[in-house]
Design a binder for this molecule. Sequence first.
Ligand SMILES: [Zn+2]
Length: 413
Amino acid sequence: MLITRAYKTELDLNDEQVTACKKHAGAARFAYNWALARRQEVYQATGKSVWAMELHRELNARKKDDLAWLYEVSKCAPQEALRNLDNAFRHCFRRCQLKKAGKLKGKVGFPKLKTKKKGLGSFRLTGSIAIFSDAIQLPRLGRLRLKERDYLPVAGVKVLSATVSEQAGHWYVSIQVEQEQAVPANSGPVVGVDLGVKALATFSDGTVIPNPRPLRRRLKKLKRLHRVVSRRTKGGKNRRKAARQLATLYGKVANQRKNTLHQVTTTLAKTKSVIVIEDLNVSGMLKNHHLAQAIADVGFSEFKRQLLYKASWYGSRVVLADRWYASSKTCSGCGWVDENLRLSDRTFRCQQCGQTLDRDLNAALNVAKLAGSRSDNANACGASSAGRSRKVPVKLPAKAGAKSRKKQERNAG
Ligand SMILES: [Zn+2]
């Protein structure tokens, strides 16, 4: 199966290269903002949309005139930025139509100007890109060293593009490649997964993945840093310094979250043949303010997204259970429903058959049962992907009780 996927890794740049990258990012940002303003101008004058091709021609003409500095960067940087703007408008128009049809409640997301205050941003390059075990060669930028050896695929892939981005002082490159993926026969067991706030995930075989809660742990420090930033003089050097520290901390939180999610989803997709998850109404749950922070911290929708594309790579199947199924309230043994179960009750006690077990495990067992009844949505998102999946096996704490394992076998069979 031919798949498109991305590999992202950190660059090890010298000062000269950092300057060059900053120039490219600046050119991309300039082109995007210029084009956005230009589009609005033209639309107000003529009522028509201008797209990237036309805008690029116009920008090129100005290169000979007042924008000579654009010669210093690869022509891809502004060109791809204009394409990004095209996409932003397409998404916006699509959402406008959905809104008209009454299928969308959120914002339509009109493209915004890019600002340097929120990080230096990124730029995309296409054309001749060569990958080595410890370096990558990009047009105009030359050979850039990588911090990690042998992560990027050197052979057997077709490189479509490379995106260089900056976050909190670190520079990364993400390459998009087309590669042949042999989908293995997956003969693993069926597993139900209950995603939670107390524990990140509970499997129906009894495995519990503890929640790293990266944000919660650093919340105090984040609060303090936010305060420091707001106390510094606006536009001053010290404010910029403090803002940078804050960005670094947020970067750490994001990385830790990504790492845990990738490890769990990869293990699931590789070792289980059918994975049943509850299709949680995440945006609805985020409106419940008490739960909001905890849920956003766990990254539920990202969990689902990763699981779907990884399942298509490793030959497993994802079943999305109905979001209104009362998996927590129903007894996994006899089907009795506890209407009085509260979120604070961590143990499920059945009044009918007497079964007593962990609340999340009970939910996971119920979810696993749905594997047979529902089979849609499998591999819904196909082979598209972005982001980094590392092939690191996770050592999961074995906490499976004999009782629940027996139950699992009964349910699966
Ligand atoms: Zn029961």
